[in-house]
Design a binder for this molecule. Structure first.
Ligand SMILES: Cc1cc2nc3c(=O)[nH]c(=O)nc-3n(C[C@H](O)[C@H](O)[C@H](O)COP(=O)(O)OP(=O)(O)OC[C@H]3O[C@@H](n4cnc5c(N)ncnc54)[C@H](O)[C@@H]3O)c2cc1C
Length: 510
């Protein structure tokens, strides 16, 4: 009933909204500080959020389906001996997750005429990117104006013009990571983001092919402080509104009419959820917060999976005439940039050998297109691409086919965030800052690692620790994060590059 008295709300000290990486990291920080009075809430029936897998196809040897990852797939930037380690890599190892090194040199290139060797263009791009890095360093250290990655690349003399091979090479190097094209990405913050994972940790990426799913490590980590059937974990619970109008409590309402009254709330919903008004806030978010949310950019990265039968010789069509270790097949379409561009074999050694599974990734406009089309249309388009790459008569009909629709998933609305040009550290801090007792964390609030699992983890842990201090001090309200009502366009001065603005890693030093 709408007249349900407040007294019936479940009461808790901290409500953690979301059981993805950020939410679990926040809850673990509370637990580590001996705060046990918290509740973790998620609309899904599992722990993991965008660490999200499904079963697919059939293992010809066992008859069992394979596990494939609809969401995050790689640990990106592992760590050097003696150097800092990506916390996700540390946890993946702690829980014995199955991963395999992705060898980005094990690539073959194609266009609509079949195999064509333009691998050399990848080196050319990387040389140009080296200049972009120096350029971004200048922008950062001299507090100059940020610009688009496209402008940066152009200044470094990387111009794709109408060369579709170059566009495919650029897609492989850039869009495949950031899920947006260079013109829609900040030069400076792209370089910061790349530095902090791939130079601070390492340039290596390991792909998870664990039958238990990539979120296995997170579930295991959660099980160190949440018992089986723990009443503090409310799965399948849909948050519809958050009332933060009271001085000393935040009230969380769910679609089943239940409510939770907490001293503090940690909101870890994705940027896409926040941008699309899935959850209503009372009072409505102030302009500075709303513009921080609207200014960051949610991407879409869609993996489209096929399982194919082997030929009579037991091999799969992409394995013929290719080095057997080839992991990637890059396609340059004649007309459209990013049209079914990167094909990745899970049949390769170390992944699911013999599986006949190959998947293609699309991003941004091409991902929206694919997600708006029906399965059959997408399957046929992609099969046409495969047939132009490998020969019209060599590609049989698939045994199985599936892809997720991240743009339409109401608990995510997109895949992961990207830093747009002209979005300053102060604007981002407005996305990140708390509103009284309501705090925010997630991959998108991370300056160093936006878009990555380590971003979600670090931010969850950080906010968990901040809230711990609030609870410990039993303060009415603890130290607020700074926010900026008047944005001055000062992007990178020393005044701005501070820990309080989420500048937790000095990217100029890594
Ligand atoms: C396709 C794809 C590929 C990716 N690839 C990689 C990769 O290879 N490597 C990498 O490091 N990162 C990758 N990422 C990014 C990575 O998955 C994210 O950075 C990370 O999982 C985000 O964690 P989070 O806790 O911030 O958010 P989430 O995982 O989104 O957690 C938020 C939780 O809130 C819940 N929620 C949302 N709305 C509501 C509501 N109204 N009520 C209740 N609960 C709600 C959701 O169910 C979710 O569980 C990828 C992401 C995607 C989608």
């Amino acid at each position: 009933s709408p007249l349900r008295p407040r007294a019936t709300c479940t009461k808790t000290q901290v409500a953690v909204l979301g059981a993805g990486v950020a939410g679990i990291a926040a809850a673990e920080a509370l637990h580590n500080a001996s705060i046990s009075d918290f509740i973790v809430i998620d609309v899904n029936d599992y722990i993991g959020g965008r660490l999200h897998h499904t079963t697919f196809g059939k293992n010809p040897a066992t008859g069992q389906p394979y596990t494939i990852e609809f969401g995050a797939n790689w640990v990106q930037g592992l760590g050097k001996p003696g150097g800092p380690q990506n916390p996700i890599w540390t946890l993946a190892n702690k829980w014995g997750l199955n991963t395999t090194y992705s060898n980005y040199s094990a690539i073959q290139t194609y266009d609509q005429t079949g195999p064509v060797d333009y691998v050399g263009l990848l080196d050319e791009y990387e040389t140009a990117y080296g200049s972009v890095e120096k350029d971004a360093g200048q922008i950062l250290t001299q507090n100059l104006q940020d610009r688009t990655m496209r402008a940066g690349l152009s200044f470094a003399d990387w111009k794709t013009k109408d060369n579709m091979h170059k566009q495919a090479a650029e897609w492989w190097e850039f869009d495949w990571e950031y899920a947006w094209p260079p013109e829609q990405s900040s030069e400076t913050f792209t370089v910061i983001n790349f530095n902090d994972s791939f130079y601070q940790f390492s340039e290596d990426n390991n792909l998870c092919t664990d039958p238990r799913g990539f979120n296995y490590w997170l579930k295991q980590e959660a099980s160190t402080f949440l018992t089986h059937n723990d009443p503090r974990l409310l799965l399948s619970t849909n948050v519809t509104s958050i009332d933060y109008s009271a001085k000393d409590t935040v009230t969380i309402n769910t679609s089943s009419g239940t409510c939770i009254e907490a001293s503090y709330a940690i909101v870890t919903f994705s940027l896409g959820v926040l941008q699309n008004d899935v959850v209503s806030f009372n009072p409505p978010l102030p302009a500075w917060k709303q513009s921080g949310i609207d200014g960051m950019q949610m991407g879409t990265y869609t993996k489209i999976f096929f399982q194919f039968p082997p030929d009579s010789d037991g091999k799969f069509f992409w394995e013929k005439g290719a080095n057997p270790d080839t992991q990637f097949f890059l396609y340059a379409d004649h007309y459209e940039r990013g049209y079914y561009p990167v094909w990745q074999s899970l049949s390769a050694p170390g992944f699911y050998p013999g599986s006949g599974i190959i998947f293609v990734t699309v991003t941004a406009a091409q991902a929206y297109r694919a997600e708006n089309q029906d399965d059959t249309t997408v399957k046929n388009e992609a099969l046409d691409v495969l047939r132009s790459m490998f020969g019209k008569d060599n590609v049989p009909g698939p045994i199985d086919f599936v892809y997720p629709r991240w743009t339409k998933t109401p608990w995510s609305y997109g895949s992961y965030s990207n830093w747009p040009p002209g979005y300053s550290l102060e604007m981002h801090q407005n996305l990140r800052a708390n509103l009284g007792r309501m705090w925010f964390a997630g991959e998108a609030t991370s300056v160093s690692y936006f878009g990555f699992l380590q971003g979600a983890y670090n931010e969850g842990q950080y906010v968990g620790e901040q809230v711990t201090q609030c609870v410990d001090k039993k303060l009415f309200s603890c130290d607020d994060e700074p926010h900026y009502e008047n944005l001055k366009g000062d992007t990178t001065s020393k005044r701005v590059l501070q820990e309080k603005n989420g500048w937790l890693v000095d990217s100029t030093q890594v």
